[in-house]
Design a protein around this ligand. Sequence first.
Ligand code: G3P
Length: 216
Amino acid sequence: MQIFLDTADVKEIRELASLGLVDGITTNPSLVAKEGRPFPEIVDEIIRIVDGPISLEVVSTDAQGMLAEARDLAKIHANVVVKIPLIGEGMKAVRQLALEGIKTNVTLCFSPSQALLAAKAGAGYISPFVGRLDDISHVGMDLVRQIVTIYRNYGYPTKVLAASLRNPLHFVEAAMAGAHVCTMPPAVLRQLLKHPLTDIGLEKFLADWRKVPKVS
Ligand code: G3P
């Protein structure tokens, strides 16, 4: 299971990457806008911190525009994965980018049929948005399970990147479903580490250790 951080916050990325648990980064236009800094500056810093796949999203909605943006983004660094929205024009772009050897992450996936078509087009990753489906009273994780099954049935090499994860249970369920990657906000990665019994146990061990007589 690979862990990606879903953020454009360089300070958070630096801090959490130091744990050695971050395999890659995903961003989207909203996350970049939140930072209030120029996109190239942010990308340059992220690439220096994380040596793994960095998803950067196009903002064109026609295939030609997406291809032009994707080629420019791919030139930045070999780790760049171009995020393409799951629309018809996006599928055209993904097919062409696969032929050119440019890696893609197909985003905004909300149904298993969309995911199958993205795999047929040659997507490197598919990003089912779990939390956003939960938000409208659908079980988002069912989508991850369906995609994993469909891709296994046909041997598609497209990796399942569980996205829009909002809590540790999402992470565990995505792992049980067989997602290749989970991307999550920094706060969720911190939550994954925490357990009150770990803290209580450590406190007790350290308190007891202080009672051990010193060598005189
Ligand atoms: O980056 C894609 C996805 O993870 C966004 O998550 O929380 O905005 O639904 P969210």
